[in-house]
Design a protein around this ligand. Sequence first.
Ligand SMILES: NC(=O)c1ccc[n+]([C@@H]2O[C@H](COP(=O)([O-])OP(=O)(O)OC[C@H]3O[C@@H](n4cnc5c(N)ncnc54)[C@H](O)[C@@H]3O)[C@@H](O)[C@H]2O)c1
Length: 280
Amino acid sequence: MKLANDKGIKGKVIVCTGAAGVLCSSLTEDLLRHGAKVAVLDLRGDVARGFCAKLAKKGLKETLAVEANVLDKESLEKAKAAILKKWRRIDVLVNGAGGNHPKGTCPDEQMTKASKLEDTFFGLTAEGFEFVNKLNLIGTVLPCQVFCREMLKRGGAVLNFCSMAAYQPMTKVAAYGAAKAGIMNFTKFLATHLAPMGVRVNALAPGFFITNQNRFLMLEKDGMTLTARGNKVIAKTPMRKFGQPSDLHGAARFLISDEASFITGVTLPVDGGFVCYSGV
Ligand SMILES: NC(=O)c1ccc[n+]([C@@H]2O[C@H](COP(=O)([O-])OP(=O)(O)OC[C@H]3O[C@@H](n4cnc5c(N)ncnc54)[C@H](O)[C@@H]3O)[C@@H](O)[C@H]2O)c1
């Protein structure tokens, strides 16, 4: 039963892209535990289906596994049709699909006379740069076009995934930083554009969490020892640790819930203080 003053997320139909991934699978489980219904949308349909089966064994059955590509509008439209068939509405979109990729990354932090050209900015290929930009930026724009159409009827909320790299570029990840800065800008654009329609658009900017996209940058091959870069991250994080996926739950739930009814266009860092500390 929805109480008149219930401002949580109970009963909301949430589409979460990249929901089979590390951060958004954890978030999905939390949203379900708080009474939401979640469409687990991912390019890896088999992983999404397996994840939903695992959730069902825990009693979390209000899910729908949907195989779709955030870069393909037709596949998103098909996903929307399946979601509407099951639940008849869409209240929230979480744009979790995204990430960095070695092909959009240059191995050298700074170029020196000793650098091999292929390890610097000059070794980046247009294809690698475009892959990372497309996945993150276009992969956020297209789901907004498809799923927010449904929110025009009764309002809704969008949660995008930004990054620390949006505030200040980071070495190596040129393409990723540009894409995430684009997402921060787009979040403000769409928030303004859709405010009269009752659709709020915000973003989370996670700090450093050890996940598939950055493991190769943060940890040595043994999976335990910090790389030099991993050590630098910890040194610049006032809380002196990496985040855990569960650290995102409260912030995400807040921004998509009606508790945040007058908040739109913000990007909220969840970063152990990384962005506020200059390093000295
Ligand atoms: N891990 C971190 O430290 C960190 C920090 C800041 C921001 N983020 C952002 O958080 C989000 C989630 O990151 P994660 O670490 O959980 O990543 P992840 O790689 O574990 O999950 C990403 C998911 O997206 C799916 N996906 C990839 N391409 C897709 C496509 N074209 N269509 C549909 N689904 C697709 C993948 O199958 C995967 O399940 C990303 O946007 C990432 O950039 C992560």
